[in-house]
Ligand binder design. Structure first.
Ligand SMILES: [Zn+2]
Length: 309
């Protein structure tokens, strides 16, 4: 079954390897694994933990954009249209700690470069928003609210995966467009701040948004023996029972190409890199989803979301 994966830190990998004078990173490190996993679309994230400069942000977006647009097997998704015979690449920004005040100019530039999804913070607190490691009483700032309005005007989707709860609800109140938690699971099944409460899951569904199932093992289960595709499928089942499978998608967050403490060992035992993606499809079957429901979760919900933006 074909898959669209809404989160992989490939932008970060491309810039790092370019700095080591390695060229054509997509071909050398990514495309074969994606193909082996029948991954038909992937959101390539430019990841920023919060202490980078604006120059690094420009460099990373440029580096990723350059690789995508010069590769004849890769299609940059700009208008919600996915192509059947290509690897479809979306571009996103994860964390904007490099913005010191108003984000408008940066967001407009990023949109021009092909970025269609953005999160204002990673786990950090910054000039725009507050991530899960920040003060629980601090949410979106005035600059952050303006950034959400600009993203709405540009049709750049707001990603809420790393926000604290205050920022999450501030964004929902501010955004006039559906939002996505690109890579977060259900907190009821694995109690970590990165996962979503039932109330957040319901709020995303009411907003016509999407939630991407995350294969990072510590977000699947506290019990190491359960950190696998089957337990991740149980997260999907739990959320589908709560709000319907129409709000689910995939955001595996594969990081096999990054240095420790990231790397393949951070992932579910049978979802360690993109080549293993079909193990999740099998697990969705095992927990009882129908073929139509699995196709929706695997790719169709994402296609519908972007077509209707
Ligand atoms: Zn992340």
């Amino acid at each position: 079954m074909k898959i669209i994966d809404l989160h992989a830190d490939i932008g970060m990998d491309v810039l790092k390897k370019h700095q080591e004078h390695i060229k054509d990173v997509l071909t050398t490190y990514h495309l074969e694994k994606l193909k082996a996993g029948d991954v038909f679309g992937v959101n390539m994230a430019c990841f920023f933990s919060g202490d980078e400069t604006l120059d690094v942000a420009y460099d990373m977006v440029e580096a990723l954009h350059g690789e995508i647009v010069t590769h004849h097997d890769v299609h940059l998704v700009l208008d919600g249209k996915f192509k059947d015979d290509k690897l479809n690449a979306l571009m996103s920004i994860e964390g904007m700690g490099f913005i010191e005040a108003d984000a408008t100019d940066f967001l407009k530039w990023a949109y021009e470069k092909g970025v269609r999804i953005g999160s204002l913070c990673w786990n950090d607190s910054n000039a725009l928003a507050t991530g899960i490691s920040g003060d629980p009483a601090r949410g979106l700032t005035t600059f952050g609210k303006r950034a959400i309005q600009t993203m709405n005007e540009l049709n750049m989707v707001v990603d809420v995966s790393h926000t604290n709860e205050k920022t999450f609800y501030d964004i929902l109140e501010t955004s006039k467009k559906p939002i996505i938690a690109t890579h977060s699971n259900a907190r009821a099944l694995c109690h970590v701040d990165r996962n979503l409460t039932d109330q957040q899951i319901k709020a995303i569904a009411q907003n016509q948004g999407l939630i991407g199932l995350n294969a990072v093992r510590k977000f699947i289960s506290d019990d190491e023996a359960q950190q696998n595709a089957l337990t991740l499928a149980q997260h999907a089942q739990y959320m589908a029972n709560l709000v319907g499978y129409q709000h689910l998608c995939i955001g595996f967050d594969f990081m096999d190409f990054l240095e420790p403490p990231y790397g393949r060992n951070a992932m579910a035992s049978d979802l360690q890199d993109a080549s293993m993606s079909q193990n999740f499809i099998k697990a969705l079957e095992t927990v009882g989803f129908t073929k139509t429901q699995i196709a929706a979760i695997a790719y169709q919900n994402v296609i519908d979301f972007f077509e209707n933006l």
